[in-house]
Design a protein around this ligand. Structure first.
Ligand code: BTN
Length: 255
């Protein structure tokens, strides 16, 4: 059972729990389509059978072990050109949550969260644009909490990294508070530069060299910065110069 929380500004005041569903993002989209919802409403399930990941991938999570939910937001104040800020805000919120338990929590561009070098969380954001503004945004979040074994050797859970077992409903509330805090920063427009800076300092590859694949070449570099549109700019070490990449253009390589 996942309770709503009332001491946040926006996120989590209404929680819709479904014991099982195909994808919480799809259910959230139906709610948005129907038109009647409060900003911050959550759709959460314990058994998501057709979870969707970025770039058409699947998000698979063992039933009853992890957090899989979607938050419906109405960031009407955010111009379309700034939509990557929303992604940064969410990644920072999840990273802050993971940092409650582990020292080495990092955002991996664009918005994965990694702990001790392994992926613990993924985000799928689906925006609906009206004119030059974002009318509504569905923020789909998966965070591995108690799952002990993964078929993918680069995935992990907070429980696995800490050797602890967590109560999902409690972790849900903690995570919502972190997200709400982050979203409050986004709403107060004066903090946008700070969000961008915090994102960068929490980013995997910032100030330390990482290897990645780009157009069939293996390159090494550090993150220089992220553009306002969300493109990643790498400072190359293996050959001099900068490289600006968009989604799907690079693949991180493991050490
Ligand atoms: C990724 O890393 O590829 C993004 C994964 C996003 C998974 C979450 S789980 C809750 C929500 N519902 C979905 O179908 N996907 C997102």
């Amino acid at each position: 059972m996942y309770n709503s929380i009332q001491d946040t500004l926006i996120i989590g005041k209404k929680v819709i729990y479904l014991p099982t569903c195909h994808s919480t993002n799809d259910i959230a989209a139906e709610i948005v389509h129907a038109g009647l919802f409060d900003e911050g409403t959550i759709v959460i399930t314990d058994n998501q059978v057709k979870g969707r990941g970025q770039r058409g991938t699947e998000w698979v999570a063992d039933p009853g072990q992890n957090l899989t939910f979607s938050v419906i937001l109405k960031p009407g104040f955010l111009p379309v050109g700034d939509q990557f800020l929303l992604s940064q805000t969410v990644a920072l919120g999840i990273c802050a949550y993971a940092a409650l338990y582990v020292n080495d929590a990092k955002v991996k561009w664009p918005n994965d969260v990694h702990v001790n070098g392994k992926k613990v969380s993924g985000v799928l954001i689906e925006n609906s644009i009206q004119g030059s503004r974002i009318a509504s945004s569905i923020i789909g979040i998966g965070v591995n909490i108690n799952q002990a074994a993964f078929t993918n050797s680069y995935a992990t859970s907070i429980g696995r990294e800490t050797g602890r077992q967590f109560v999902l409903s409690e972790e849900f509330q903690k995570l919502l508070r972190c997200l709400d805090h982050s979203y409050a920063d986004l709403k107060s427009r004066t903090l946008h530069d700070r969000i961008r800076k915090d994102y960068l300092t929490n980013l995997f590859g910032y100030n330390h060299a990482v290897r990645f694949k780009y157009q069939d070449r293996v390159l090494e570099g550090t993150v220089s910065h992220v553009t306002l549109q969300g493109k990643l700019v790498m400072k190359l070490l293996s050959e001099s110069g900068m490289l600006e990449v968009g989604l799907k253009e690079i693949e991180w390589l493991k050490d």
